[in-house]
Write a protein that binds this ligand. Structure first.
Ligand code: ACO
Length: 429
């Protein structure tokens, strides 16, 4: 990547130097913070297409080359060798843990998986058919009221909140999976493997026993790793901006859950599976559906395709497809849908519309199929994404808080409304 030496902006004939901020790899940045004071101009960038909101040392993405690294480690190596809690530790603390550190982290998370009786009552009060993302956001926000000793900005408080968020969100999500079919919360046991225990409390019978299938456990561990962070995406930026007001970590992460629930973000895995079902139900061929997408019929969109940053294959999508191939053929999962998804991908990847726009399958194109093969209900897909993204949100919140340059997030606007009107009494309108 070429390095820019300097940047100059001419406004009304007067040139101004804009300081360049250097990255270790990737795009450098041109600082525009003083432009308003110097020129009276604000910068305009809807959707923050070209705005770096912070410095970060957590995750690096090269969207053109399809590269994703956590703390410098390629996602492919982590996917192959690591576990979700190890990756969580890496993202949050910056280094891979030693065996002892990982065991201690594991134990601490495991010890905190049980939830307060009040939380059970609170969860039970939501309508049974409530979307689990709404309940999850409420539950995470409520954690601050049940565990006030973890609310604050000291290292100890942040470390405790980190453990509580990882531990208790898993239990809340397991309950949401059980509750939809009338089940009760299964009490977590101490000392187990995080993903094993999560699967047990999701899927065991009333006796609390489950032989976790090691292939499924490995697949779920992998999916959580692949979702663990993705730099300044919509939900993570939400966490940072809410936290920039010094709102506590629970309020900030709960807001992130809200952002993730949208179909253009985390909701895409659910939307992709629904799309596959709709194609089947409509009797349309895959070709007809692709033609509708291209003609924008009723806003038809190929869910699970396209990405703001990746303009070549999403490296996470590649990992998910690999494991989907293994699992769905080994376990006789939802093969008809998998075949349809593969066909859809094949057609789209050879179609000029998608090629021109650099639209490739993203991580969500195949994840729903895997979650479904594991036994999760469709509305649970986005909460599972949230469970995976938890370490990323926590790492960014903590990085934001520790950064002396953090200021409260407060964008500007270009005002386009009325300029001057006199109040009209209601009787005269
Ligand atoms: N299907 C059909 N056309 C698409 C798609 C798609 N999935 N995605 C983008 N396009 C088209 C747009 O219509 C636009 O075409 P135009 O230039 O002719 O108007 C062009 O490609 C550029 O698209 P934008 O919407 O401008 O791209 P943006 O970067 O703003 O959006 C996004 C990225 C939101 C992910 C988009 O690709 C999308 O809606 N995808 C489907 C939803 C999805 O899968 N989201 C998950 C993202 S990954 C994640 O959150 C984990």
């Amino acid at each position: 990547m070429t390095r820019v030496v300097d940047a100059r902006l001419t406004v009304d004939g007067t040139a101004r130097e804009l300081p360049i901020e250097r990255s270790t790899i990737g795009n450098d940045g041109m600082s525009v913070s003083t432009l308003l004071k110097d020129t009276g101009l604000v910068t305009v960038d809807p959707g923050f297409m070209n705005t770096a909101s912070c410095e970060s040392a957590i995750t690096y993405i090269d969207g053109d080359a399809g590269i994703l690294k956590y703390r410098g480690y390629p996602i492919e190596q982590l996917a192959e060798n690591s576990t979700f809690l190890e990756v969580a530790y890496l993202l949050i603390h910056g280094e891979l843990p030693t065996e002892d550190l990982l065991a201690a982290f594991n134990n601490r998370v495991s010890r905190h998986m049980h939830v307060h009786e009040g939380i059970k009552t609170f969860l039970g009060a939501f309508p049974r058919d409530a979307h689990p993302m709404a309940v999850l956001s409420g539950a995470i926000s409520a954690l601050s009221t049940f565990y006030p000793e973890s609310v604050g900005n000291s290292e100890e408080e942040l470390e405790l909140a980190t453990v509580l968020l990882l531990a208790k969100s898993a239990t809340v999500i397991s309950y949401l999976q059980r509750r939809a079919s009338g089940g009760e919360l299964i009490e977590p046991r101490r000392g187990g493997h995080y993903v094993d225990e999560f699967m047990r409390i999701c899927f065991s019978g009333a006796d609390g026993e489950l032989d976790v299938d090691p292939v499924m456990r490995k697949a779920l561990d992998l999916l959580l790793i692949l979702h663990a962070d993705h730099e300044q995406n919509c939900s993570t930026s939400t966490v940072r901006i809410v936290g920039s007001s010094q709102a506590n970590i629970y309020a900030s992460v709960a807001a992130g859950v809200g952002a993730l629930s949208g179909p253009l973000h985390g909701g895409a895995n659910e939307a992709a599976l629904r799309m596959f079902d709709q194609i089947k139900e409509s009797g349309d061929s895959v070709e007809t559906f692709v033609a509708k997408v291209k003609d924008r019929v009723e806003g038809a969109r190929l869910m699970g395709f396209g990405h703001r940053v990746y303009k070549s294959y999403d490296p996470r999508g590649a990992q998910v497809k690999k494991i989907a191939n293994q699992i769905l053929s080994d376990l006789g999962g939802n093969n008809e849908t998998f075949e349809m998804a593969q066909r859809l991908e094949e057609i789209a990847l050879s179609d000029e519309y998608f090629i021109e726009r650099k639209l490739y399958p993203n991580v969500d194109f195949y994840t729903g199929l895997l979650y479904s093969a594991m036994g999760f209900d469709t509305p649970m897909f986005t909460p599972l994404f949230a469970l995976g993204r938890m370490p990323g949100w926590i790492a960014h919140y903590r990085e934001m808080l520790a950064d002396p340059r953090t200021k409260i997030g407060r964008p500007r606007q270009i005002y386009t409304g009325e300029t001057d009107r006199a109040y009209t009494p209601i009787a005269e309108r």
